[in-house]
Design a protein around this ligand. Structure first.
Ligand SMILES: [Zn+2]
Length: 225
């Protein structure tokens, strides 16, 4: 398994990632794509069914792909998977797909990366029912402090949405949260992860080097390293 090196920035959620010196990425591969993971320095992968690209016709085929590919050694998590009530198929199908991916995650003992838009109640319900042993990371988080604390109290890790992080008002949320389950991401957008770290370090009144250490530690905790 590729692992971040001391001093690396970690971009925990990327699409179409390009390796760059000093930046360790977790690239999200999705079952509707043909792209396969490669053994490249500084890159590691998740594999799952994104709710946007799911339908009744493709679901069973995609689940078989996740079953097979998520076991590959370069793939270290299942997802992104979850709920999106602004886009994608019926809530029923989204839930079925998410639950089947949780079963895979638990079976192969790899954590889950979650995409969740307006589906928090369902996320909590499913978590309560499955009581997963593998940790869950909610990526692209853009909610308020109350919701963040709710997710944290249920053991989840949070990666904050890049656009929100760069706004001045995110300082309040960042300061209110414990840093031991925090991640940062670009989501493959045209934004520099180093700029995101700089903003967050300033908000937290710590050095970027300190923030790098915190996030590497979180990575090791999340992936059981
Ligand atoms: Zn994504």
């Amino acid at each position: 398994m590729q692992q971040p090196q001391p001093g690396d920035y970690i971009d925990i959620h990327v699409h179409d990632g390009k390796p760059a010196a000093g930046i360790f990425i977790l690239e999200s591969l999705m079952a509707h794509e043909e792209k396969m993971p490669e053994n490249k320095t500084g890159v590691t992968y998740t594999y799952g069914i994104h709710p946007w690209f799911l339908n009744e016709e493709n679901h069973d085929r995609y689940i078989l792909k996740v079953e097979k590919l998520a076991r590959l050694p370069f793939i270290i998590a299942v997802g992104e998977a979850g709920f999106d009530h602004l886009k994608g198929p019926s809530a029923e199908l989204q839930r079925r797909s998410f639950e089947e991916q949780i079963i895979i995650s638990e079976e192969i003992k790899k954590p889950m990366v979650i995409h969740c838009v307006r589906g928090w109640d369902e996320l909590f319900t499913v978590q309560k029912r499955f009581k997963p042993k593998m940790p869950w990371l909610v990526h692209g988080f853009r909610g308020n402090t109350i919701l963040a604390n709710q997710l944290l109290s249920k053991g989840m890790f949070l990666s904050i949405w890049f656009e929100f992080v760069l706004r001045p008002e995110s300082a309040e949320l960042l300061r209110a949260l414990p840093t031991d389950r925090l991640f940062l991401e670009t989501d493959g957008a045209d934004v520099d992860i180093r700029q995101i770290y700089k903003k967050v370090a300033t908000d937290l009144n710590i050095e970027v080097d300190q923030l790098k250490k915190v996030i590497i530690k979180n990575f090791n905790t999340f992936f059981g390293i």
